[in-house]
Write a protein that binds this ligand. Sequence first.
Ligand SMILES: [Zn+2]
Length: 116
Amino acid sequence: MLSDALFELNIKYNGNIEWKKDPEKVSVKNRGFRISLKVKDSSGIGARRSRNGHKMISACFHAHGDLFDILFNYGANRIVTEYHGRNDMKSKEDNWKDSNIGSRYFALYHSEACDC
Ligand SMILES: [Zn+2]
């Protein structure tokens, strides 16, 4: 399911998204997996930008959000993100919550930290 989801995601992102680390089971009892995304080419689609515009190897807000939508389409019933606070998502309705990853005075919204 995870590799199918990544394949589908890469149709939109020109094959630029990959796992940072192979998905690993959260625990023996839990059926969940811990995943993180990165880009192959930081100049390509889906790459994050730092506050001062530098290219990063991390995947952006949109690449993550699109993957979560795909996983919910595939029947995932819970996705928890732990990036600038915890977001416990039960459905697509909970997805796409933007947050300020800058400072109080120099705001940078996660959704703006890329070239999408
Ligand atoms: Zn983006």
